[in-house]
Unconditional design. Sequence first.
Length: 366
Amino acid sequence: MAYYSVIANGVADSGTADILNLQAIKTPYNYLNPQQNIFFKINTPFSLNFTRYEKEEENPFRLTLMAPDFTMNTVLSAAEFEQVVRDRPLHQHDTYELVYVLKGELFQKIENRRHRYTENSCCLINQNIRHTEEYNTSFQTVTLSISRNFLEQILTDGEDNYFQAEKQTRSSDFSDFLRNEFTADSYSQKKYIDFIPEPNVHNIKQYIYSLLDEITNIMLNPAPGSTLFIKAIIYRILHYLDTPDYYLTESIRLGTKAEGKLFADITHLMEQTNGRISRCELSRKLNYSGNYINHIVQKYTGLSTFEYGISFTMQRAAWLLGNTTKTVSEIIQELGFTDRTHFYKHFAREYGATPREYRMNLRSSR
């Protein structure tokens, strides 16, 4: 049982919880495939995640999550850490993630590459990248997660410039990275960019970390205008990262445009059918072999075509449970399941609860 403390909408709570049953702690985060930790969804436009790993300590892993009107602290013992965190598979988020190393040395596996990040270095990954941290070295990081809509708002608001200094623009790896994220063919592109601190800049931490610290203070003490302040601070962070006097950049794009287009088409068909489409039918509609389609899905998600489809089916089931009065039997029938046990097994794997428990948890949180 892991210790946690939560402050949500001004109400404090603390205690212990089974870290494998994340439904027990009401957070803005949804964990699809909770037993596998493959997909992470966030129901807030932005959040901060402070992670501290000290491998020699009795409680080596400490995590603080912050979102608007929400703060959670979690402490894991060595045994809990080994059980839950150490060997997590590659996973992905539905947000952009800026990971900044405050102290120590972080190794991350990003898709098929292993990266080393030292103090004050950082990386920005988009929603399609799978990654996982290694825990062979001690480190402290802060991760700024930003939803696609919120990032687009920030960049659009940043176009209203009234000072001459604001109007000076230039082409760079980072500006191209951001610009291309909102083009028509960006939906399935796997991209990330590394930021390496310029060695000749003294006290570089003040440029990024001090701004992240400002966001923290605002989130702990919100007031009218806090959202506008946070937007402005994130825009400043993006500006510093795009300044070659402070950071060197390396932008990486994985997969070809044709592969990305095929994966987007597969995803679109999955969304249209709530995942209830066979590999043979995908093959017929897309004019690719079933084996190649499975290869592309595996490359972009780490799942088989069937597993990827089931994730859409269970998302639809969860929506119906939360937004309609249909019985579980009616939902099972609507989604084309003939075996009730089969449906329950997949739902529990995705959400860590039975459909009835999931519906009751939703109602109690509203």
